[in-house]
Write a protein that binds this ligand. Structure first.
Ligand code: IPE
Ligand code: IPE
Ligand code: MG
Length: 233
């Protein structure tokens, strides 16, 4: 089976999973974190080199303050609790997003996990937090404008524009998975996803199982990627 080098997941459906059970929405987020730990293990098992997960979007600030606060605390607590596991498994962690508007405790944790895992290389886990594809592109343009203002010469093309994105050293996702049945990108990896294969499942994120993970891998391995060229063979 041809395994994607980089899988990106829009972990959606936590709220609905909880509501179906008469639980508060945030219980779905707690459960979702447990699933993520398993997915990291499956990626290690199958030799996936990069896993990117969407955990908080620049639009998620529109939710009630209690849920936003919960998600922020969950990020900090999870980073702290899972760090030993990630170090043990050799997982490098990168955070993808804007630091703007985030409480200091999040930015501190962000720096700490990146620092403590920077020399690990069995796999890279990219956590998209306070991430928006449009925001990332605008931030890249701002960096370019700053350089030009400072008198630097910037030659712009598709290849070096990438250097101004948040994590330029991470390759584009080969496969983007979205759970919960929604058929949209919701502002995820707009630049990087230009040629990603897409896989949608109705399974809600807290119910995401190895079976569904394997279905996504199988589906990917049957795809013919042409990148605008012509069919081979
Ligand atoms: C995804 O689950 C997690 C986040 C967006 C933080 P949701 O919270 O969007 O769950 P649904 O889509 O409302 O069920
Ligand atoms: C996308 O899910 C963001 C994350 C999974 C973190 P949303 O639930 O926020 O997306 P919409 O609102 O359904 O498009
Ligand atoms: Mg949702």
């Amino acid at each position: 089976m041809r395994v994607p080098r980089h899988i990106a997941i829009i972990m959606d459906g936590n709220g609905r999973w909880a509501q179906k059970r008469g639980l508060p929405r945030v219980e779905g987020h707690v459960r979702g974190v447990k699933v993520l730990r398993r997915v990291v293990k499956w990626c290690l098992e199958f030799g996936v080199e990069y896993l990117t997960v969407f955990s908080f979007s620049t639009e998620n600030w529109r939710r009630p303050k209690e849920e936003v606060d919960f998600l922020i605390d969950l990020f900090v607590d999870t980073a702290e609790r899972e760090l030993p596991f990630l170090v043990r498994e050799g997982v490098k962690v990168r955070i993808l997003g804007s630091k703007e508007g985030l409480p200091e405790k999040v930015v501190e944790k962000w720096r700490e996990v990146e620092e403590r895992t920077k020399n690990l290389n069995r796999m890279t886990l990219v956590v998209a937090f306070n991430y928006g594809g449009r925001r990332e592109i605008v931030d890249a343009v701002k960096k370019i404008v700053e350089k030009v203002k400072d008198g630097e010469e910037v030659v712009l093309n598709e290849e070096n524009f990438r250097n101004f994105l948040y994590v330029p050293d991470v390759p584009d996702p080969d496969l983007i998975v979205r759970t919960s049945g929604e058929l949209r990108l919701s502002n995820f990896l707009l630049w990087q996803g230009a040629y990603s294969e897409l896989f949608f499942t109705k399974t809600l994120w807290p119910d995401f199982s190895k079976k569904v993970f394997l279905r996504a891998l199988e589906s990917y391995s049957k795809r013919e990627r042409r990148f605008g060229g012509l069919q081979h063979g």
